[in-house]
Design a protein around this ligand. Structure first.
Ligand code: BGC
Length: 825
């Protein structure tokens, strides 16, 4: 195939073996189910109620049995041929179990009715359990399965404030905000009153009670964790199109749960330090919890540990494991360091630490275990979380009695902390003197101290940087003893200053890129009207990209800075589109749970599990396989850039898009989303790391200022981006909607040029999120190459004519956009 044939002509050319389509194929759907099974987390299993023994009879309670939520809403939704709910999944196990059908008929009808009335999965009301059915079910069996589901999506939070002044809110988002407030008066973290009634009825009537949580993230688990009347619970998350079948297979013991939590499940919403000021203002969020996010808070801050129901990294299995540290130390000594004395040389300090661990399956069933290594760093002057994850590895499937030795390694620099105030050395990553203790285990709580500590008797500067993203109006931040320190204040920023005036956001929201007219040319001379050069001269190496760009007029250059009309199956617009120079129009598509093609196109793709579930696999191989499969579907549909993975940190359970993101922990996020990028790009199509950065709240997401310290930004919110940029080189990065310390992320030069490019060495393309409130020329100047869904050529030209932006600045962005297009087949 010639270069760009797919992109230019959108042919119907399948990519599967024997000419079959891979999009929504059996093999991909099977992979989706396997990934779902690999990430579901067994939270509780008293008396080995699970797996259900052969011949078991079950009664299925809760509308969630039918009201299956495959993933979240908004741009993260996927058009699928079908979704399998828990009832359908369990019905396929009828050789092993039987189901009390009359109760199912009741829930099925109720949900059909609620859907007919316009409700979407998960945004429905729990019906009453008729006493007659309850009694019949009780007569049929002593085992009940309760399913609870949750749905959330883009543009609204899991407890939202209805904001009539938000001009950027779409109708769907407004409707969901209102619906959520109606169903879940206190937010959807807790059971609704109706759900609670149903649970109480089941608990008092059945001997064995199993709970399935079909949710996108952190929810209340205290109602079953401490209740002896509920024996088992499976965190099934939002498992994609086969999620119901995946859960059902695990329930009957076809497979063994091996997922581990990637977030801390606390008793109440108020136990999370981010809750109290989440909705303090529509205009800002103060990240006063600083680096104490998730387990970094719960394991460190005095009094917080007892608020945890299920800790980070936790998950049971149908078997048991013995985890024993065989040895630990320095793998490749760069000095004469040992565990007693260590070097103080900052420059060449490259020690790699290791632990070698033997994992033995001591139970009766085959299963996998996840070995986790945490570092406990000296508190020093900076203060540190009590433990931080530095390495993990999942074993292969181990048969009963079988052992595997895994070796986990990490670099000592990975344990450095960022000193933003100059307590040791300003704007530097520092390893403070003291003992770096190593803990090995199977959750942040279930760990044992290794017989080795890395000891430094002087501070070491591992990287000298310069101050970036400095807060202007964050008054204070949390320290490791739970107290707060005051932060220096500086002049507030004029976020919307612009030489071309401001546009009313209601005029920019949801605008499709215009069609650009080009004068006719003699088609008979070829497919393109050659300027002096066309882009194929660059492809063929006759001229450099710089030479090609230097021939383009300012108008041509500016044209390339904006989104282009949809062609083919695309619904999120394109990039390029200058046929007179042979530049094709490369189409984009959403993710992360699958390639999103609008329903009216008639192409169904594979819906994979939500990203949080993928993270719970702790298995980069399976996530890479999902990335590869998704990337292939993208390519088969002649699309070039997948708008995934999304890797914002789960700062608060309230964030409506947590299901699209991986974890509260940047390390797990960086490793697993990195695998996703690797998988996608193995097809030679682009992955997009989004949303860069600090988009941790959906309410008023386009105008909310994330006020954060430089240290928390670098150690928590940017860290996964840094890891993936350095290790996987994603072809694109999407800047986020929100403001960071006064500057819009898309206009933020510190972020997009200073940190991303100058510090991390990124050479790829940066796109805005769709229809930001940023000013186009300011975005270009900051190093945000592309404005999506559409650009504002007239405004950029005006700024150019006023001298506010130079041709050089525009060319720099155009070069990165063309470099992206040139990479595609
Ligand atoms: C979302 C992005 C998405 C884009 C295109 C935005 O509203 O925030 O994640 O990729 O739309 O659909």
């Amino acid at each position: 195939m010639n270069k760009w044939s797919r992109i230019k002509f959108t042919p119907n050319l399948p990519l599967g073996a024997n000419g079959e389509r891979v999009t929504g194929s059996k093999a991909h759907i099977e992979l989706s189910k396997e990934a779902a099974k690999e990430g579901m987390v067994l939270l509780k299993n008293e008396n080995n109620v699970l797996p259900l023994s052969a011949g078991s009879k079950v009664a299925l309670f809760g509308k969630g049995t039918f009201d299956y939520v495959k993933g979240g809403g908004g741009s993260g939704d996927v058009t699928v041929a079908y979704t399998r709910n828990l009832y359908e999944g369990l019905s396929l196990q009828k050789d092993k179990i039987s189901i009390f059908e009359e109760l199912c008929d009741y829930y099925r009808k109720d949900i059909e009715e609620q859907y007919k009335n316009g409700n979407v999965p998960g945004m429905t009301i729990e019906p009453d359990v008729p006493n007659e059915l309850l009694q019949k079910a009780k007569a049929y069996t002593d085992t009940a399965i309760i399913t609870i589901c949750r749905y959330s999506g883009e543009g609204w939070d899991r407890k939202s404030v209805i904001d009539p002044n938000n001009k950027a809110l779409w109708d769907y988002e407004r409707k969901m905000t209102e619906k959520s407030a109606e169903i879940f008066k206190d937010g959807d973290f807790c059971l609704s009153v109706k759900e609670k009634e149903m649970v109480d009825a089941v608990k008092t009537n059945f001997k064995n009670v199993i709970v399935i949580l079909n949710v996108g993230g952190m929810v209340d688990t205290s109602w079953f964790a401490y209740d002896p009347k509920i024996q088992s619970a499976l965190l099934a998350l939002q498992g994609g199109m086969e999620g119901g079948l995946a859960a059902a297979e695990l329930l009957v013991g076809d497979g063994n749960p091996s997922g581990k939590t990637v977030d801390t499940f606390a008793r109440t919403l108020d136990d999370y330090p981010s809750t109290h000021n989440f909705h303090e203002s529509r205009d800002y969020v103060d990240y006063t919890d600083d680096i104490y996010v998730g387990y970094r808070y719960f394991e460190t801050i005095p009094g917080a540990a007892e608020k945890v129901v299920y800790p980070f990294g936790y998950g049971l299995s149908y078997t048991t494991f013995d985890v024993e540290t065989v040895s630990a130390g320095i793998l490749q000594p760069s000095h004469t360091a040992n565990s007693q004395s260590a070097p103080h040389d900052a420059v060449s300090h490259t020690d790699t630490l290791y632990v070698r661990v033997r994992v033995t399956n001591t139970g009766k069933r085959a299963g996998k275990e996840v070995v986790q290594v945490y570092a406990a760093k000296p508190q020093g002057k900076l203060g540190k979380p009590a433990k931080e994850l530095v390495a993990f590895e999942k074993t292969r499937e181990l048969f009963s009695g079988e052992s595997q030795i895994v070796t986990l390694t990490w670099n000592i620099n990975d344990m450095a902390s960022y000193d933003d105030l100059g307590k040791i050395q300003k704007s530097a990553y520092v390893l403070e003197a003291g003992s770096y203790d190593i803990y090995v285990g199977t959750s942040v709580r279930d760990v044992q101290k290794a017989d080795y500590s890395y000891i430094l008797d002087e501070d070491i500067i591992t990287e000298q940087l310069s101050a970036k993203l400095v807060p202007t109006s964050l008054a204070k931040r949390m320290l490791s003893d739970g107290s707060f320190e005051e932060l220096p204040q500086s002049e507030p920023v004029d976020t919307d200053a612009s030489v071309v005036g401001n546009i009313d956001p209601s005029l920019t929201e949801g605008v499709a890129p215009g069609q650009r007219a080009i004068p006719y040319f003699r088609f008979a001379d070829g497919m393109v009207k050659n300027g002096k050069y066309d882009i194929m001269d660059v492809v063929e190496g006759q001229i450099s990209l710089d030479e090609f760009i230097s021939e383009l007029s300012v108008d041509d250059l500016i044209h390339l800075l904006g989104g282009q009309p949809n062609i083919g199956a695309a619904n999120t617009f394109g990039i390029g589109n200058m046929p007179e120079y042979g530049i094709p129009s490369v189409m984009t598509a959403d993710g992360p749970a699958g390639v999103r093609i609008n329903p009216e196109v008639g192409v169904c793709t594979t819906a994979f599990p939500c990203s949080t579930l993928l993270a719970c696999t702790w298995n980069p191989d399976i996530v890479e396989a999902v990335g590869h499969a998704g990337g292939k579907e993208l390519k088969e549909n002649n699309l070039g850039l997948w708008l995934t993975p999304a890797i914002n940190i789960h700062r608060s359970p309230l964030c409506g898009r947590n299901f699209e993101y991986y974890s509260e922990d940047p390390f797990v996020t960086g490793k697993l989303a990195g695998a996703m990028v690797r998988g996608i790009q193995s097809n030679n199509v682009g992955a997009t790391l989004k949303h860069f950065a600090l988009n941790n709240k959906e309410t008023n997401r386009k105008n909310s200022d994330s006020r954060v310290s430089e240290r928390a930004a670098r150690e928590i919110y940017l860290k996964a981006f840094e890891m993936i940029i350095k290790a996987e080189n994603p072809w694109a990065v999407m800047s986020s909607y929100n403001i960071i310390n006064g500057y819009r992320a898309s206009e933020n030069k510190d972020l997009l040029t200073g940190i991303l490019r100058d510090e991390w060495g990124y050479t790829g393309m940066v796109t805005t999120d769709w229809w930001t409130c940023g000013e186009h020329y300011k975005e270009t100047k900051a190093g945000n190459d592309l404005k999506m869904g559409n650009g504002y050529p007239k405004r950029v030209k005006e700024a150019y004519e006023k001298g506010a932006i130079s041709r050089d600045e525009i060319e720099t962005c155009v070069k990165r956009i063309l470099n992206f297009i040139l990479k595609l087949d």
